[in-house]
Write a protein that binds this ligand. Structure first.
Ligand SMILES: CCC1=C(C)C2=CC3=N/C(=C\c4[nH]c(/C=C5\NC(=O)C(C)=C5CC)c(C)c4CCC(=O)O)C(CCC(=O)O)=C3CCN2C1=O
Length: 497
């Protein structure tokens, strides 16, 4: 029987890119590029453009801007942003499935004076920070000054897409969320995917009434309009409820993109409605992408320095194996380096005939259980790493005090032969923003939790996670061992030929 998807899975399938409506702080129209005819528009175009856009196949009535849009469309340039000065409007246009989507907002007052000198000193301060926490604190402070939101926080995703507030600046009107964690379901997969392409999202007033598109579907394709790249896209009702529960009437979030990956968000909130001009939004995007480049540089530097250190350890292990007639003994003799290779507390070399242990490891029968499991479950990759073995091998709870985390490299494809590093369980207290398991399913719809106060969870059966540099070092040692085994086999073949 097909299992009904959980409420959260259902929520993560909400098609947020085709809401069929926009937020009311602007107006939107859709043009057919061939003749610049309006084929859809938001119901409020009259409010902003003075006269309702004619939908029955009439050209856009925006004077010289129409030609400017046509030139842009044919130029292949990315999004267009122009002023419509005689109407006090800003127009932003982008392409979507062969159509032109135009969005207009009221032009804000001139950009505040001194903004560029402020930007220059921010960039100088950002460059002075060599650590990521310093860079994050600098950025949330500057964005809070720039935008006037009550609270600006930096939110970092972990490997499971849960997130933690890792920096915060505020004026005290909203509670602090610093260090709190939030579950992955608070920003579901389809939202994260959208935020990786459309980096800046503004919700000036979460109590808005959505403005429908007319007609609701594209009259030529009978398809809903894809608003993924639109500034005015109406927001999922479940998130608007989430914001009301959180006591935030306005929000703006900017994606921190590193090497094409959604590393985190800079997220701004105010207790009252709060709007930010498109110019300031662009400036905040520039500030956050500058932060992203800084974080990327810091992370690359830290990883490079760890890899240099670990390659020196690998070199010493290689020397010890090469100097011994039995590479297994040579490896086992270099006890400290063997553990240092991946910062493990124990290691076991498991071949068909031998079980050699160094440091703190499970018993031999328990190690054999791990090897049997690896042989059954180790996929094609020759390296397996987990911080919580018991999540996949129930009996691992028996030896969680020595091996909650394992990092294992396969030493032979012919018979069960593994080098297994281990780390013990680390008892941790994680503080969530509200009970992460608490959401209400009512009338077939999910409702976000209402409380975001500190909620403690005791985390068990988890070790410190293996870093990318440590996994790479394990892979490097495996390559060195394979090299030695091959060389020894060739030498033996020569002797016996
Ligand atoms: C305090 C740390 C923090 C969190 C945890 C957070 C959450 C957050 N959720 C966002 C978006 C969504 N959440 C949800 C869904 C849920 N939120 C829930 O709490 C639950 C249970 C669901 C259903 C899965 C959806 C569908 C969306 C897409 C909305 C849209 O862009 O249309 C968004 C993006 C929309 C926004 O910028 O406000 C955020 C950012 C704001 N924000 C934070 O600052």
């Amino acid at each position: 029987m097909v299992q009904p998807e959980s409420d959260l899975e259902g929520c993560a399938r909400e098609p947020i890119h085709i809401p069929g409506a926009i937020q009311p702080h602007g107006a939107l129209f859709v043009l057919r590029p061939s003749d610049m005819t309006v084929i859809q528009a938001s119901a409020n175009t009259g409010n902003l453009l003075g006269s309702s856009l004619i939908l029955s196949d009439k050209p856009l009535n925006l004077g010289p801007s129409v030609e400017r849009i046509r030139e842009w469309y044919e130029s292949g340039e990315p999004a267009l942003q122009i002023a419509i000065p005689d109407r006090g409007l800003i127009l932003i246009a982008h392409r979507s499935n062969g159509l032109i989507i135009g969005e207009v907002e009221e032009a804000e007052e001139a950009t505040p004076s001194g903004i560029f000198s402020g930007l220059r000193s921010f960039i100088e301060r950002l460059a002075a920070h060599t650590d990521t926490p310093g860079s994050l604190n600098e950025t949330v402070r500057f964005v809070q000054e720039l935008t006037g939101f009550d609270r600006v926080l930096a939110y970092r995703f972990d490997d499971a897409w849960n997130g933690q507030v890792v920096a915060e600046a505020g004026n005290g009107r909203l509670p602090s969320y610093l260090d709190l964690r939030f579950p992955a379901s608070d920003i579901p997969a389809q939202a994260r995917a959208l935020y990786a392409t459309n980096r800046v999202r503004l919700i000036p007033d979460a109590r808005y009434e959505p403005v429908p598109l007319e007609p609701a579907l594209n009259p030529e394709t009978n398809e809903p309009l894809d608003l993924s790249s639109a500034q005015l896209r109406s927001v999922s009702p479940v998130h608007l409820e989430y914001m009301r529960n959180m006591g935030t009437a306005a929000s703006m979030s900017i994606s921190i993109m590193i090497d094409g990956h959604l590393w985190g968000l800079v997220s701004c909130h105010s207790a009252q409605p709060h709007k930010v001009s498109s110019t300031l939004r662009d400036l905040c995007d520039f500030v956050v992408q500058s932060l992203a480049m800084r974080i990327a540089a810091q992370e690359r530097a830290a990883e490079a320095s760890q890899r240099v250190h670990l390659s020196q350890v690998t070199g010493r292990l290689l020397a010890s194996m090469s100097a011994s007639s039995d590479w297994v003994e040579g490896l086992a003799e270099a006890r400290d380096d063997l553990l240092r290779q991946v910062s493990a507390t124990g290691a076991a070399i498991m071949t068909d005939a031998r079980c050699i242990c160094r440091g703190s490891t499970p018993s031999e029968p328990q190690l054999q259980t791990i090897v049997h499991w690896l042989e059954q479950n180790g996929d094609a990759d020759e390296v397996f790493a987990t911080a919580s073995l018991s999540a996949q091998l129930a009996s691992a709870t028996d030896f969680a005090d020595t091996a909650s985390g394992i990092l294992a490299i396969r030493l032979s494809k012919l018979y069960p032969s593994w080098l297994i590093w281990v780390r013990p369980e680390v008892h941790r207290t994680v503080i969530w923003g509200g009970d992460p398991h608490k959401h209400v399913a009512e009338n077939g719809r999910i409702h976000p939790r209402k409380s975001f106060g500190a909620w403690q969870e005791q985390v068990r059966l988890q070790a410190l996670p293996w870093t990318a540099a440590e996994i790479a070092a394990a892979r490097d040692l495996r390559a060195a061992i394979v090299g030695i085994v091959l060389r020894r086999a060739e030498e033996l073949a020569e002797l016996t030929s």
